[in-house]
Ligand binder design. Structure first.
Ligand SMILES: Nc1ncnc2c1ncn2[C@@H]1O[C@H](COP(=O)(O)OP(=O)(O)OP(=O)(O)O)[C@@H](O)[C@H]1O
Ligand SMILES: [Mg+2]
Length: 291
């Protein structure tokens, strides 16, 4: 579904350049439900915006289904956004029109693309558990309910891929569980590929795979040990450690990222020695030249 290789995004403003993504690699399978984690400023929203067709990559390759997002024309991009992808923004105000009701919010993008389907809009709000509230104005709904309206909106164009930027960022843990359960059902029952960006490590147990981004590069991957393990069983204090196997990502030319904490602990700055003992690769600080 998604194939990024060497993806680079540079933001230029006047005399300042920010390299938000510096050669990121990422593959997501059709039908997968996965999460991207990383500290603030690591490039998560940048990546999601590029995948959502809201922002253009600077270099590298990025493909979603049959679309090449580096070469895509502006007209094709409109088509891509209309047909392939659903988006839930980090800032909820961007998802929603406050003076409209929940159902009108879901119908709006359908109308804009000339494909109004009232029955489907209703069905979507039922899916996210808002059957009783669909005629309420947005300001009459709680933050978590608004977030679920945003989910229904993202599905209004029947996308194959849903991208969600911090969908549980501002709700309590019960609502967060509810939202994750809805994503899981959409994934299982409608076969929608789902990519969720989050700070929240406790969500990790609820997805098949977690990819960690550090400084605009994929650094580590966590893969569920037992893919059949249920969300409830996975909800433990340390979900990543208990449920997932951790792997360091090695790119096509053999580069990998060593966690900063390890480098600091060994006082490795710009060079290290590497040794291969037939089974393991051992990285040590350089031997002092003065001896
Ligand atoms: N439009 C922009 N112009 C200039 N710099 C930007 C722009 N958008 C993002 N950046 C910079 O790119 C880097 C990555 O930002 P991004 O928003 O992708 O981070 P993030 O991982 O989503 O962070 P957060 O968890 O806080 O949402 C940051 O250094 C940010 O300041
Ligand atoms: Mg962000």
């Amino acid at each position: 579904m998604i194939e990024c290789e060497g993806l680079v995004k540079i933001y230029k403003s006047d005399d300042l350049e920010v390299v938000a993504l510096q050669g990121l690699n990422l593959n997501v399978q059709d039908g997968e439900m996965m999460a991207i984690i990383g500290n603030s400023g690591s490039g998560k929203s940048t990546l999601l915006n590029i995948l959502g067709g809201l922002d253009r990559p600077s270099a590298g390759s990025v493909k979603v289904g049959p679309w090449d997002l580096l070469k895509i024309t502006d007209d094709q991009l409109v088509e891509y956004k209309r047909d392939t992808v659903g988006f839930i923004w980090q800032n909820n105000a961007r998802n929603l029109l406050p003076y409209l009701s929940a159902i009108e919010n879901v119908e709006m993008p359908m109308m804009l693309s000339g494909r109004l389907d009232r029955a489907y809009a209703k069905q979507l709000l039922e899916w996210v558990g808002l059957k009783e509230r669909m005629h309420n104005k947005l300001h009459q709904l709680s933050g978590g309910e608004q977030q679920r309206v945003a989910m229904a909106i993202s599905l209004s164009n029947r996308p194959k891929l849903v991208l969600a930027d911090e969908p549980t960022g501002s709700v309590d843990s019960r609502t967060s569980d509810l939202i994750m359960d809805i994503f899981r059902r959409l994934n299982r029952e409608l076969g929608i590929t789902i990519v969720i960006v989050t700070h929240d490590l406790s969500l990790a147990g609820k997805v098949d795979r977690v990819v960690a981004i550090r400084d605009g590069l994929t650094s580590t991957e966590f893969i569920k040990r037992n893919p059949n393990l249920d969300a409830a069983e996975a909800a433990v204090n340390n979900p990543i450690g208990n449920v997932h196997e951790e792997y360091v990502v090695v790119d096509r030319v053999g580069r990998l990222q060593i966690p900063k904490a390890y480098l600091t602990a060994l006082q490795i700055t710009d060079k290290a020695s590497m040794e291969f003992d037939g089974e393991r690769i051992i990285i040590t600080p350089p031997k002092s030249l003065e001896g």
